[in-house]
Design a binder for this molecule. Structure first.
Ligand code: ACO
Length: 348
């Protein structure tokens, strides 16, 4: 059986910076409120027209491919993780394939929200282990700004999320014990609606049963009335405290699972790169694991929560800052809507 390693990594963030004070121009909020609860100081928002989830993913992918020392033509499979695709369908993977003029290789979109990238990495790892592919492009990219409500009614959600992208080339490794040591994937759908966006989805009509869009119509169709759209039916919903409670249990659990599987403990970790959900969640997890500050990488302060992009964006910045060196034990961990959670342990 083969093993896989990250041969190249890159990220891209849009130029437009929106500070917490900038957001307070649109809604009733404050720098103090946002920083105290989330650690976020600013986030990037993509250009409304020129940039999409795919174009940002492409920019990150170009850097990852160049750093891997290969070309677009060497990529033999594409996995694209996002919850904010350019189109409801088809997925961003095929759009990236087209724009990067790649061969007619397979493209797969992963819809696993904040854990999307770690899930994508795990899928790529399996394809390489079996010998099916040699160079898989794994992308996490999000353009949240297109679906946020920048008004006071949704302020608990819209102050958290930002736009950006990260990508890696996962490549067949030459040596045993190098690269991805193991990945661990979990889900529990019991709380699926705690952090969710219902529209456009086949369940969207049922979501507002007292006010169906066209009550006398036999087939519902996927419509919302202007009133329902206006009421927030097409916006993300989050029960923040419930997410917090679950995240601080599942993050350490899935990290410890990866460590135990490989005969390590938390003190063996050289760098933990958690999904950038909320700085308070990362700090709580760090404390539970007894890790010093220099062993946990956070950049949510600058970018907000970029869901499927957050892990590769943070890993790429950590790598560029020299915080990931050859031989290091790196742990990636994520938790998000679903709920889904996942980890990957890597010998760099
Ligand atoms: N600015 C000012 N006031 C606000 C804002 C805001 N942006 N958002 C909400 N408020 C107000 C509310 O109106 C409410 O006021 P009220 O008491 O007068 O009614 C009060 O603050 C509390 O509102 P909550 O929605 O209960 O906000 P909460 O205190 O729970 O904080 C937060 C929200 C920061 C999201 C918190 O729940 C949290 O840290 N949750 C953890 C989950 C998380 O961070 N998820 C990130 C994305 S999910 C993921 O990646 C896994």
């Amino acid at each position: 059986m083969y093993s896989s390693k990250i041969a190249g990594i890159g990220h891209y963030v849009p130029k437009n910076i929106y500070t917490n004070n900038d957001l307070s121009r649109f809604m009733e909020t404050s720098d103090e409120w946002i920083q105290e609860r989330t650690g976020i100081k600013e986030r990037r928002f993509a250009d409304r027209f020129a940039e999409t989830t795919t174009t940002m993913g492409i920019e990150a992918a170009k850097i990852a491919i160049e750093r891997a020392g290969i070309t677009e033509q060497d990529i033999d499979f594409i996995i694209f993780a996002t919850l904010s695709p350019d189109y409801y369908f088809p997925g961003c993977g095929v759009l990236l394939q087209r724009e990067m003029k790649m061969k007619e290789v397979g493209a797969l979109d992963i819809r696993n929200q904040c854990s999307g990238f770690v899930y994508a990495l795990s899928v790529a790892d399996q394809f390489i282990k079996t010998g099916m592919y040699k160079n898989i492009l794994v992308v996490g990219s999000e353009k949240h700004s297109f679906a946020m409500d920048f008004q006071t009614r949704s302020r608990n959600v819209s102050v958290i999320f930002g736009d950006g992208a990260g990508a890696v080339v996962l490549q067949r490794a030459d040596q045993e014990g190098q690269g991805i040591l193991s990945t661990h994937l979990h889900s529990d759908g019991a709380d699926a609606e705690i952090l969710a966006m219902h529209y456009p989805g086949a369940h969207a009509n049922k979501w507002l049963p007292d006010n169906p869009p066209f009550p006398d119509q036999e087939l519902g169709g996927l419509f919302l009335t202007h009133e329902q759209l206006d009421s927030g039916a097409a916006l993300p919903y989050m029960d923040g405290p419930a997410v917090f409670k679950k995240a601080v249990v599942k993050f350490p659990e899935v990290i410890n699972e990866a460590l135990a599987k490989n005969g390590f403990t938390a003190k063996d970790i050289d760098l933990l790169v958690p999904h950038q959900a909320n700085l308070r969640i990362s700090q709580y997890v760090q404390q539970l694991l007894g890790l010093p500050d220099d062993k946990v990488f956070n950049n949510i302060q600058k970018y907000g929560n970029t869901t499927a992009a957050s892990v590769p964006l943070a890993l790429s910045e950590a790598w560029e800052a020299g915080k990931v060196k050859q031989g290091d034990l790196v742990c990636l961990a994520a938790f998000g809507s679903g709920f889904t959670w996942a980890s990957a342990l890597i010998r760099w």
